[in-house]
Each structure stands twice: as C-alpha cells, then as structure tokens.
Design a protein around this ligand. Structure first.
Ligand SMILES: [Zn+2]
Length: 189
C-alpha cells in the first residue's frame, strides 16, 4: 500500500475519473457499503458483494484495484467519513454511538426512578445505553446473555442489567421492534 499524493492539475482523464469517484463516494451507504473501525483505527469497508477493503484514513490508502490502476484516491477512501456518519444516522439519529452499535435503539427514554438513581450517583444514562448498544449486556445471567446475542438480528427484546456505583441495579430494555429503548429500575417493570 502506498501513500496517495494527488498531483495538480489532473490530466483530463484523471479529472473525469475523479468526478465519477466523488459521486460514488458520497453514496456508499445507499449503495450498500458498510464499514467498521478496527483497533488500529483503519477501517474495513465491505462492498455489497462482500469484498472487503482495509482503508487507512490517515493517508487514504486502500488496496482496491482502482487505486492500484490509476494512483488516484478511490471511492472507499474518499467516502469513508460519510459512510461512517450515514451508518450512525441510520442506527440512531442524533445519538452517534458509532458503528460499533449492534442494533438500533429507537427512541431512548428513562423512567423517573432510573433517572433519580442515575442522578444520585452522577452516572450518565448514555454510557449504559452505549454499552447496551455495543452488546455488553452487563450482569444478565448466561441464559439472557445467550438470548440477547441470538436476538440482536431477530425481532427479540434485548435486556441488559447494570449495577450503579452505589449498588442500585438498572435495566436497559430495547423493544423487539427497536422502536424504544428504556432505562428503568427492575421494580418499575
Ligand atoms: Zn478503494
């Protein structure tokens, strides 16, 4: 993989190519591409056909045929930022927990009891919602954990349980249709 440097002015042929690439880069999400951010902060972009490309956002490198052939930035590198943003929006408008989210949370609500319990410990509801959305189910038992893992991509209700710093237990429940996620105390259920 090499660092991509664009030399200006582009040749007419390169300029023509880049116009097409820029257009396609902006609609990766709609075209069915998906990306995950990896530990080393590169991203793995998967095409609708299932091909994967490891894109380095630092230098824009991507091992795809287009970069190799033309030495120009490809749609994967140019569109990565927007793709990640579109994914976040699709998961949860206004609450970008990032592409690690394993399912949509829908509208997020907190009951009065849970709200008071969280405030008492200065704890943030968002941090528990984020853990839940990443598939960290907290302290549910083995059977519930298995049910959650199996139910993420099904129409199943998902339940997490967490213990606040003062020992209070809270639940986070996402409804089967992913329309609402509720943060509540167990006795409010
Ligand atoms: Zn590429």
């Amino acid at each position: 993989m090499s660092v991509i440097a664009i030399t200006l002015p582009l040749t007419p042929e390169a300029a023509r190519l880049m116009r097409g690439v820029n257009g396609r880069a902006m609609r990766l999400f709609a075209d069915g591409y998906r990306a995950v951010i990896l530990e080393d902060l590169t991203s793995e972009v998967t095409s609708p056909e299932g091909n994967t490309y490891r894109v380095n956002p630092q230098n824009g490198s991507c091992p795809c045929a287009f970069q190799e052939q033309h030495g120009l930035p490809c749609k994967h590198s140019l569109g990565l930022g927007k793709l990640l943003q579109d994914q976040q929006r699709a998961n949860l408008p206004g609450h970008p927990f990032g592409p690690q989210m394993r399912f949509a949370l829908g509208q997020m609500v907190v009951t009065k009891g849970a709200d008071e319990a969280l405030a008492q410990c200065n704890a943030s509801m968002l941090s528990y919602l984020r853990r839940h959305s990443f598939g960290d189910w907290g302290e549910v038992d083995k059977a519930d954990k298995r049910a959650n893992d199996a139910g993420v991509n099904e129409e199943d209700r998902l339940l997490s349980a967490y213990t606040l710093p003062d020992g209070t237990r809270i639940w986070v429940i996402t409804e089967w249709d992913r329309s609402v996620t509720t943060c509540l105390l167990p006795d409010e259920y």
